[in-house]
Ligand binder design. Structure first.
Ligand code: MTE
Ligand code: HPA
Ligand code: MOS
Length: 751
């Protein structure tokens, strides 16, 4: 089934925040952000700004009736700065005006006097100064200190990975207006409507039931709207609460890039020890996460880095520590992969270094260390239904890795100024929110008396196709045509206490809640049919909109059945609640069973490098991926393609740069380059591994949103191998992104 949104997207009919017709008298807001990254506010004079025609009000921390606090995991983030500012662009005030133009004019007239302080942008520097967002955490398995003596080879190195701008097509924004009796309705471009609802309630000092958050869809989130949509939704809610008028805000791209957090840059040290047969016996790493000025989701992201620090390998002795460092950057946040890519890049760098020093292909080391059935992860979970070995073997066979290697060798021999390179990237990604409590969802289903169906869940559609999957589920359980089913907007008054749509579990969690609700309704409909046919309910089957008694088709069709149930005063509404079984995690010992299952796959990436210019092209990305039993191969393939390209972007061309004062230099699309149609791989093939799929995946169809992102890491090593082919003296540096600029330096660096 194709995505239900496709036609409306391409014909421009899909409704995003900016397409919602606004009420008459709607005011427009712009955010006044700090002009420096760190400092003490001495004085602010708003009078000139306030005096401009069209300015309704300038709102600051002093106007907040509840708490000036928006921190989700830790209460360490104000909505509007009070005495200090901690990052460039940190919201200080909200200018509310008749139109955006007036508000923007007023921005320039605010007189602010700040005593500037040193801005820390480097996580290692923050560590030195003892600046942490939370205490460090360590995951351990085996006996690391005792295992080095058994290692034949030991290598040490340093790894750097950069930030990444989400660049969702729709920038952050929200629209709020007042209802009766002090209630507020908020349209927000958020992945987490309940987080918005809860935070608006906290800041306004009113109960959650006064706030209704509604999201039809968002124009991409990629993690950037899991937490960071909240501030903007709270701002417009606060403004409309104070002014009793509708207020809208939609960030300009450069403000969005400047004010919001990105993927966490990490700086890491590793030590890896191998046996004579290249078995990895020991792996130790210390990572410094650049958290930015407030915790945001950093603690959870740190956790996923810890979980995925050994990627798809079994390493008997491991110790990994992550420091979450407080710097003067916008609070960094969730981004596809959620800390896992940063961890995986370190272990892959360690393997690449070992391979390089030992003069063997990295795949020799990768292969003999792959996770096997019943191996223990460093967090205590026992690996089950492990498919990484099969994926790796299959990708090697299907695409004939030996032949690719040989061709590249021959090509490199006969070409002086163009070199090719290849790398293989295995991936193992755990599915579930690492925070066990968040793995729950609800769905509300109404069957209307004409047989049409309305579905509400907590899932947010952000282009990943979750709404299509939900319709497929309802259509399958009810055995009715998809045309009968409508997916409602995600609304906190219909479905309450939702987890954000994140951790790739949107379809798993909400889909399972939906199955439970649909099954409840089906039971009642079967009872109705049994009454109509004077037989037992377990004789009844409903298939293709027709009631069957045993194997025999009856004259009762779906519409008649529903109408009869309604006239018999049977409830045609149902609420389903799902909580992922089995999972648990004990932080006091850092052990447990946090994931419902793991997603596996392996990619081969080949590149061609122009050694005069330092520019490169990604040639082939050849993947064998374990989808389980994919419920929608078209959508899942789209997720693989998008994920891979995004991962390649992070590793190669996307470079987030701040100056020494903590000001973002790459604050628009002329200075920040994302992959475009010309830089995507020439060939992207994804072969689906044939598997049954795990019980805990929705209809045995594995989560797909994030795992393919990490195949992109292979591009880094493929380019590195091409550089090495040109410049044998190149001393491998594990510093991403590997931009053409850096490549050029490395091609000609003699060290
Ligand atoms: N795909 C599109 N088109 N747009 C997005 O914003 N977000 C990604 C992924 N794929 C995203 C996307 C991220 S970060 C996650 S966690 C998942 O989708 C969330 O949706 P799911 O849980 O339904 O897979
Ligand atoms: N993944 C994504 N988002 C999250 C998670 C997670 O594991 N935990 C909290 N938010
Ligand atoms: Mo995705 S980073 O879990 O929103």
């Amino acid at each position: 089934m194709s995505n239900i949104d496709s036609i409306n997207h391409v014909t421009g009919k899909s409704v995003y925040l900016d397409d919602i017709p606004v009420q008459k008298g709607t005011l427009h807001a712009v955010v006044f952000g700090s002009p420096v990254a760190h400092g003490k506010i001495i004085d602010i004079n708003y009078s000139n700004a306030q005096a401009l025609p069209g300015i309704e009000r300038i709102i600051t921390c002093k106007d907040i009736p509840g708490e000036n606090q928006i921190g989700g995991i830790i209460s360490d983030e104000t909505l509007f700065a009070e005495d200090y500012v901690h990052f460039h662009g940190q919201p200080i005030a909200l200018i509310v005006a008749e139109d955006e133009q007036a508000a923007r004019k007023a921005l320039k007239l605010i007189d602010i006097n700040i005593e500037e302080k040193e801005a820390i942008t480097d996580p290692r520097m923050a560590k030195q100064k003892g600046l942490f967002l939370i205490p460090p955490r360590t995951f351990r398995m085996g006996n690391i200190s005792g295992s080095w003596k058994d290692c034949e080879y030991i290598f040490e190195g340093k790894v750097e990975s950069g930030g990444q701008e989400h660049l969702y097509l729709e920038t952050q924004g929200a629209y709020a207006y007042n209802g009766e009796n002090g209630s507020i309705k908020v349209h927000s471009s958020t992945q987490g409507p309940t987080i918005v609802q809860k935070t608006v309630a906290k800041v306004l000092g009113i109960p959650m039931n006064c706030i209704e958050v509604d999201v039809a869809r968002i124009g991409g989130g990629f993690g950037g709207k899991e937490d960071q949509a909240t501030a903007f939704a709270v701002m417009v809610s606060l403004a409309s609460y104070l002014l009793k008028k509708p207020v809208k805000l939609s960030l300009h791209r450069s403000d969005d890039m400047r004010m919001t957090g990105k993927r966490h840059p990490y700086s890491s040290d590793f030590r890896i020890g191998l046996s004579e047969e290249y078995k990895i016996l020991a792996f130790q790493t210390t990572m410094y996460q650049n958290g930015g000025a407030a915790a945001d989701l950093s603690p959870a992201i740190m956790e996923r880095t810890l979980f995925h620090s050994t990627n798809a390998y079994f390493i008997p002795n491991t110790e990994v520590t992550v420091y979450s460092c407080k710097t003067n950057l916008p609070p960094n946040t969730a981004f596809r992969g959620f800390g896992a890519p940063q961890g995986m890049f370190v272990i892959e760098s360690a393997i690449a270094m070992a391979a390089n020093e030992l003069h063997i292909p990295a795949r020799v080391i990768q292969k003999i260390n792959l996770l096997q059935e019943n191996n223990e992860f460093q967090y205590g979970q026992i690996a089950k239904e492990v498919n990484i070995g099969i994926c790796y073997q299959k990708v090697e066979e299907l695409y004939d890795v030996g032949k690719i290697e040989k061709e590249i060798k021959e090509f490199n021999k006969s070409n002086d100024l163009i070199k090719r390179g290849m790398a293989i990237m295995p991936v193992c990604f755990g599915v579930s929110f690492t925070n066990t409590r968040m793995n729950q969802a609800r769905a509300l289903v109404h069957i209307y008396q004409d047989g049409s169906v309305g579905i509400s869940t907590g899932a947010i559609e952000m282009g990943q196709g979750v709404n299509t999957k939900l319709i497929q589920i309802a259509s399958k359980i009810f055995s009715i045509n998809i045309n009968r089913i409508k997916l409602e907007s995600t609304n906190t008054s219909r479905v309450a206490n939702t987890s954000p749509t994140a951790a790739s579990s949107g379809a798993d969690l909400n889909g399972n809640a939906l199955i439970i609700a649909c099954n409840g309704l089906m039971e009642r409909l079967r009872a109705t049919a049994a009454d109509m046919l004077s037989c037992a309910p377990d004789e009844i089957k409903i298939q293709d909109e027709t009631v069957f008694r045993g194997r025999k088709k009856t004259h009762i069709l779906w519409e008649k059945l529903v109408e009869t149930a309604f006239f018999s005063r049977v409830s045609l509404s149902e609420n389903g609640h799902y909580a992922t079984p089995v999972i648990n995690f004990d932080k006091s010992v850092e052990k447990g069973h946090p994931f419902a299952y793991h997603v596996y796959g392996t990619a081969i990436i080949t590149v061609t490098l122009d050694c005069l210019r330092g520019t490169y092209e990604i040639d082939d990305v050849l993947i064998v991926h374990d989808f389980g039993n994919s419920m929608n191969p078209d959508i899942d393939k789209g997720q693989v393609e998008g994920g891979v390209v995004m991962g390649i972007g992070w590793m190669t061309m996307e470079e987030v740069l701040f100056d020494n004062y903590g000001k973002l230099i790459t604050n628009n699309l002329s200075t920040y380059k994302v992959p475009d149609i010309y830089s995507v791989p020439k060939v992207l093939e994804c072969h689906a591994l044939k598997t049954k799929g795990p019980k805990l995946a929705i209809l045995k169809s594995k989560a797909i949103g994030e795992p393919p992102f990490m195949y992109g890491i292979g591009a880094f090593f493929a380019i590195q191998n091409a550089i090495k082919a040109f410049n044998p003296k190149y001393k491998l540096e594990y510093n991403a992104p590997l931009t053409p600029e850096k490549v050029l330096m490395r091609l000609y660096n003699a060290y």
